[in-house]
Ligand binder design. Structure first.
Ligand code: FAD
Ligand code: NAI
Length: 469
C-alpha cells in the first residue's frame, strides 16, 4: 500500500460511484471519489431522477386541481401556478440530497477529489493537475444526452433543450415538442402538459416506450393520448431551425416520404443517453470501449485490465440509478475480497408518469420467445378498475400482468400500470429474486384495501381464478 494513495479511487460520484465509495470505505478500504461537478450525486441527484421527480410530484398536484380530480373528491379549487416556487422546491430537494452525500462522505472518510479524472497509467489518474495512484480504480462516469444531428441543443436559450434544460424552463411553453417517446420524453412531457403546455411527442418507432411489454406500451399510449399528449409515431425529426423565439422542426415518416414542418416554443431532445468516456484517456490504461461506447466488464465488474473496474451507465445494461447503486455495492465487495453479485434479470424499471408504469423481468414477447418448457408460458391479467382502492381513489386506468412458466409456474415477468406501480413492483422483484411461483404470490396475504392486491389477483388469474372480475 505504501506507494498507493488509495486502495480504491472511484471516478464519478453518481449513484454508482458514491455508493461504491461508501461501501468500499465501510469495508475498511482507503477510498477517494473524483467528480468535477460542483455537487456530488451525479446525473441522478443533480439533473436526473431527483429534480424530475420534484417537478413530477408538484405538477401532479397542480393537475389534480386543474383537471377536476380534486373537485371529484369535494375539493373546489382553482389552481394558480407559481412556477418560480415550484422550481425553488426542486432546487431545495437537490441541494438537500447532494449535501447529504457530502455528509456521508465525511462520515465514512471518503475523500472527494474535486475535478475530472484522466488515466495516466493502469493504476494512476490525473485530477486537477495532481496525480494519484490507486490499487483499484472504479470507472463510474455515467452517461450524457445523445445528440440528434441537425437539432442543436442550447439550454440557455430555452428553445431546443435536453432534459436538464427541460427541468428549468422559466415559462410554460404554449407548444412543446418532445423528440423521443421514451422515459424522459414522457416524464418531462407530462410535467409541462400538466402545467398547461400543448405537448406533441415525435417517436421514430411504431409505439412509445421501447423495451416494455407490448400491452403496457399500447395502454400507456392510450392513457397519455387521453390526457392530451399528441403522438406522431413512425416519424423522425431531420432538422430544426430557430426562428426568433420558436423552433421549426422538419419531420419525415420513418420509412421515408414527404417532409412536413412543425413549430414549437420548446423542443425537448430525448432520444437516449450515451456512456461518458471522452476525456478519460482510457488508452493510457490499456482500456477500450465496445461498438456502443460502453466499457465491458465481467460479472464481478472487473474490466479487461486487472485493478480497473466499471459500473453504472458506462457499462452495458439499463441506464438506471438503482442498477448503478447495486453494481457499486457489489463491485466494492468484490474488491474487498467478498462475493458481490447483481442479478441483472431482476432489475425493475419505472416510468414516473400518472399513472406510473413499471415492470420487472421478461416481457410477454420475450417470455414466449425464450420459453424453457414446451408448454410455454401462462399469463394472468387483472385490471386496476377491479381493485377497490384504485376504484375508490378515482384511478380506473391500468392493469397488472404476470407472466409465468407454464410448467413450473415460476414468475418470469410482472408489468403494471397503476398510480403507485413504482411501489407495487418492489414485491414482484422480491418474489422473482426468491424464485417465486405465481401460486406463491396468489397465496400471500395482501393488506386490504391496497393497490398491491391487484398483483395478488393477477397471480390468481394466471391459473384462471381471480375474485374481483
Ligand atoms: P451518473 O449519475 O451519470 O454520474 C456520473 C458522474 O461522473 C457525474 O457526476 C459526472 O460529472 C462524473 N464524471 C464523468 N466523467 C468524469 C471524469 N472523467 N472524472 C470525474 N468525474 C466524472 N434512473 C432511475 O433509476 N430512476 C429515475 O427516476 C431516473 N430519472 C432520470 C431522469 C432524468 C432526467 C435523467 C437524465 C436520468 C434519469 N435516470 C433515472 C437515470 C439515472 O440518472 C442514471 O441511470 C444514473 O444517474 C447512472 O448513475 P451513474 O453513477 O452510472 O452515473
Ligand atoms: P429512451 O431510450 O428511453 O427513449 C428514447 C426514445 O427516442 C425511443 O423511444 C427511441 O425510439 C426514440 N428515438 C430515437 N431516435 C429518434 C429520432 N431520431 N426521432 C424520434 N424518436 C427517436 O431514452 P430517454 O428517454 O432519452 O432516456 C434515457 C435514459 O435515461 C433511459 O435509458 C432511462 O433508462 C433513463 N431514465 C430513466 C428514468 C426512470 O427510470 N424513470 C427517467 C428518465 C430517464
Amino acid at each position: 500500500m505504501a506507494d498507493y494513495d488509495y486502495d480504491v479511487l472511484v471516478i464519478g460520484s453518481g449513484p454508482g460511484g458514491y455508493v461504491a465509495a461508501i461501501r468500499a470505505a465501510q469495508l475498511g478500504l482507503k477510498t477517494a471519489c473524483a467528480d468535477g461537478r460542483a455537487t456530488l450525486g451525479g446525473t441522478c441527484l443533480n439533473v436526473g431522477c431527483i429534480p424530475s421527480k420534484a417537478m413530477l410530484h408538484a405538477s401532479e398536484y397542480f393537475d389534480a386541481a386543474a383537471n377536476g380530480m380534486m373537485a371529484k373528491m369535494g375539493i373546489d379549487v382553482t389552481p394558480k401556478l407559481n412556477l418560480p416556487a415550484m422550481h425553488a422546491q426542486r432546487i431545495d430537494a437537490v441541494k438537500g440530497l447532494t449535501g447529504g452525500i457530502e455528509f456521508l462522505f465525511k462520515k465514512n472518510k471518503v475523500d472527494w477529489l474535486k475535478g475530472y479524472a484522466a488515466f495516466t497509467g493502469k493504476d494512476s489518474v490525473e485530477i486537477a493537475g495532481k496525480t494519484y495512484r490507486a490499487k483499484n480504480i472504479i470507472i463510474a462516469t455515467g452517461s450524457s444526452v445523445t445528440p440528434l444531428p441537425g437539432v442543436d441543443v442550447d439550454n440557455d436559450k430555452q428553445i431546443i433543450v435536453d432534459s436538464t434544460g427541460a427541468l428549468e424552463l422559466a415559462k410554460v411553453p404554449d407548444h412543446m415538442v418532445v423528440i423521443g417517446g421514451g422515459v424522459i420524453g414522457l416524464e418531462l412531457g407530462s410535467v409541462w402538459r400538466r402545467l398547461g403546455a400543448k405537448v406533441t411527442c415525435v417517436e421514430f418507432l411504431d409505439q412509445i416506450l421501447p423495451g416494455m411489454d407490448a400491452d403496457i406500451r399500447k395502454d400507456a399510449n392510450r392513457i397519455f393520448k387521453k390526457q392530451g399528449i399528441e403522438f406522431k409515431l413512425k416519424t423522425k425529426v431531420t432538422g430544426a431551425a430557430v426562428k426568433g423565439k420558436k423552433a421549426v422542426l422538419t419531420l419525415e415518416p420513418a420509412a421515408g416520404g414527404d417532409a412536413e414542418t412543425l413549430e414549437a416554443d420548446v423542443v425537448l431532445v430525448s432520444i437516449g443517453r450515451r456512456p461518458n468516456t471522452d476525456g478519460l484517456a482510457l488508452d493510457k490504461a490499456g482500456l477500450s470501449v465496445n461498438a456502443r461506447g460502453q466499457i465491458e466488464t465481467g460479472h464481478d465488474f472487473g474490466t479487461q485490465v486487472p485493478g480497473i473496474w466499471a459500473i453504472g451507465d458506462v457499462i452495458p445494461g439499463p441506464m438506471l440509478a438503482h442498477k448503478a447503486e447495486d453494481e457499486g455495492i457489489a463491485c466494492a465487495e468484490n474488491i474487498a475480497g467478498q462475493t458481490g453479485i447483481v442479478n441483472h434479470d431482476v432489475i425493475p424499471s419505472v416510468v414516473y408518469t400518472w399513472p406510473e408504469i413499471a415492470g420487472v423481468g421478461l416481457t410477454e414477447e420475450q417470455a414466449r420467445e425464450r420459453a424453457q418448457s414446451p408448454e410455454g408460458i401462462k399469463v394472468g391479467k387483472f385490471p386496476m378498475a377491479g381493485n377497490s382502492r384504485a376504484k375508490t381513489n378515482h384511478e380506473p386506468d391500468g392493469f397488472v400482468k404476470i407472466i409465468a412458466d407454464a410448467k413450473t409456474d415460476r414468475v418470469l415477468g410482472v408489468w403494471c400500470i397503476a398510480s403507485v406501480a413504482g411501489t407495487m413492483i418492489a414485491q414482484a422483484a422480491q418474489a422473482m429474486e426468491f424464485g417465486a411461483t405465481s401460486e406463491d404470490i396468489a397465496y400471500t396475504c395482501h393488506a386490504h384495501p391496497t393497490h398491491s392486491e391487484a398483483i395478488k389477483e393477477a397471480a390468481m388469474a394466471v391459473t384462471g381464478k381471480p375474485i374481483h372480475v
